[in-house]
Design a protein around this ligand. Structure first.
Ligand SMILES: C[S@@+](CC[C@H](N)C(=O)[O-])C[C@H]1O[C@@H](n2cnc3c(N)ncnc32)[C@H](O)[C@@H]1O
Length: 547
């Protein structure tokens, strides 16, 4: 039975999905306590690790003892007040000080690993709580994102340096070690500062592990990252996937999937992996009918996008409190997402062009653009989202636009009176997927996703596309979109869903639906965008016309 929507206090809400909401709330850091250094359940376990670690390491490296003493000295000398500067401070006795940016980064990394939080959602709250701005906020962000992105490589190096599998180190010292190793290997932070600040951090979260941490970090600092990789990475000749995976810090199954989607071209796969490790620029989508991208680019000191007529590239990393966002002239959205949403509206139609449907709308980025285009063309969009709190985000995103938001399961087409069959002129299925196409933006996701996620996701993708093919009228068009280039989620899902639908459909060549002159779009009829080719997320687009 379909999950019908009901009006609660003027907001559309649905029954069900409370469990998912709770999980999402945790991941987004809502309700996060944000305590740092306060007693947590892990303290005793971390102490045990520290004792074990200290004993393991103490006898093996001469430097360990000096390092451990150094840490203890700092602790004993500390009597000064409050926080000190980033790289040289002495803590108050019995309560080691850790500089705020590193503290914030540690807290975010810990939340990601302990609570399954999303770094991009949890970090802003931590920065706010700690009143970090400007360079300190940028440093905390770089440490958080960088450490999470290259976690696989850091773990391999830490395993070698510690002489034990990193999985056997307790979570708190392990995250602190990752943060310290990242600074040592991937930043220009001086080694002594990276080591001492990390030891201070470990003393704060797992006091018994300071000697162990000190010893491991000194071992890590003994070689640069290239030397470590030469020692640890499999040979590029005999195991190119394993080599690329360790060198560019991606799980092997993802490297394999990218390579397959790129036709087995390992050179291009490598360029993609390198791009995935960069911090992407923030893109704005300037809403058609409300403002012009060139004018907004001037206003925000950015640049108009290379491809989407609505895109503006922001300078710097964060949109902050831009007027253009606050007053609804634009929203934050990757240029690739803009292109695939706009492509749906560019396909030619015979007959009516009034009823548009977005079957997977939350949090509302594409619905915002489609709603603005619908307003210009006298059409109306129905935006469907199954998760209640994401449907509320859609409602906020489409305020003032001709959009009806339904909290419902998109698969209920034909059973839900608001989602009739054979009706809509244009339908978007922006399907739930692994998100492998936006690893740049979600630094932790490459380590969280598993191949075992694929069967449930692809089943859902096929069911949603099947529902879209029932919802569209004969002659109407359906755009199937994923933010993943994995062929199982793209070509296989589309062809399977089309085959099983029982509805006559033809592929429309999607390339002419994108701006003229866009390079690297392949042979059609589907389109795969790429970070390293187009500077966008790796969005996949297939357009189907119902016969
Ligand atoms: C890739 S996201 C969509 C992103 C969105 N189009 C945008 O541009 O902001 C997929 C969305 O589909 C929703 N979803 C998952 N299963 C669904 C279902 N059966 N019916 C409707 N929405 C569903 C998810 O909650 C998620 O919000």
């Amino acid at each position: 039975m379909s999950e019908r929507t009901e009006q609660v206090g003027g907001t559309e809400r649905s029954r069900g999905d409370r469990g998912q909401d709770d999980t999402d709330r945790r991941r987004e850091g809502r309700g996060r306590t944000g305590q740092f250094g306060a007693d947590r359940g892990g303290r005793a376990a971390a102490d045990r690790t520290g004792a074990r670690g200290g004993a393991d390491r103490g006898g093996r490296f001469g430097a360990d003892r000096a390092g451990a003493r150094g840490g203890a000295d700092r602790g004993a000398r500390g009597g000064g007040g409050g926080q000190r500067d980033r790289d040289g401070r002495s803590p108050r006795a019995g309560r080691p000080a850790v500089d705020l940016p590193r503290q914030a980064a540690y807290e975010a990394i810990e939340a990601v690993h302990r609570d399954d939080a999303y770094a991009n959602l949890v970090l802003p709250g931590i920065l706010r709580d700690r009143r970090l701005h400007g360079r300190d906020a940028a440093f905390a962000t770089e440490l958080t994102y960088g450490t999470l992105r290259v976690r696989g490589t850091l773990d391999a190096i830490l395993t070698a340096a510690a002489g034990r599998d990193v999985a056997r180190i307790d979570p708190q010292p392990r995250d602190a070690l990752r943060l310290g190793a990242y600074q040592l290997l991937y930043t220009r932070v001086p080694a002594h500062a990276a080591v001492s600040s990390t030891v201070d951090l470990v003393r704060s979260v797992a006091p018994g592990a300071t000697g162990f941490a000190n010893a491991v970090l000194r071992e890590v600092a003994g070689k640069d990252v290239d030397t470590w990789l030469t020692e640890l990475a499999p040979s590029a000749e005999t195991d190119p996937i394993g080599h690329a995976a360790l060198t560019y810090s991606h799980p092997q199954w993802i490297v394999r999937a990218f390579s397959e989607a790129l036709g087995g071209d390992l050179g291009e796969t490598t360029r993609l992996l390198i791009e995935d490790n960069q911090r992407p620029p923030v893109h704005l989508c300037v809403r058609p009918g409300r403002a012009d991208a060139v004018e907004v680019a001037d206003e925000v000191g950015g640049a108009p996008g290379a491809f989407s007529p609505y895109a503006v590239y922001l300078p710097g990393g964060a949109p902050g409190e831009l007027a253009v966002l606050a007053d609804g002239r634009a929203h934050v959205q990757d240029e690739g997402s803009q292109l695939v949403a706009a492509a749906l509206t560019a396909a030619e139609l015979d007959g009516t062009d009034e009823r548009w449907l977005d079957l997977c709308a939350g949090p509302g980025g594409k619905a915002g653009l489609l709603g603005a285009l619908a307003a210009q063309r006298g059409a109306r969009l129905t935006a469907v989202e199954v998760a209640e709190h994401r449907a509320n985000l859609v409602s906020q995103a489409v305020r003032g636009l001709p959009v009806t938001v339904l909290t419902a399961d998109g698969r209920t087409v034909g059973r839900d009176p608001d989602l009739p069959e054979d009706t809509f002129d244009r339908v978007l299925v922006d399907a739930p997927c692994t998100g492998l196409g936006s690893l740049r933006r979600r630094p932790e996701s490459r380590w969280r996703r598993q191949p075992s996620d694929l069967p449930a996701l692809t089943r859902l993708q096929r069911e949603l596309l099947g529902a879209a093919l029932r919802a569209v009228r004969p002659g109407g068009v359906v755009a199937y979109v994923t933010c993943s280039p994995h062929v199982v989620e793209t070509h296989v899902s589309v062809t399977e869903a089309a085959r099983r639908s029982g509805v006559p459909v033809d592929f429309v060549d999607a390339r002419p639906l994108l701006p003229a002159g866009m390079p690297g779009l392949g042979d059609g009829p589907t389109v795969q965008l790429w970070p390293h080719r187009h500077g966008t997320d790796a969005m996949f687009l297939a357009v189907l016309r119902r016969g």
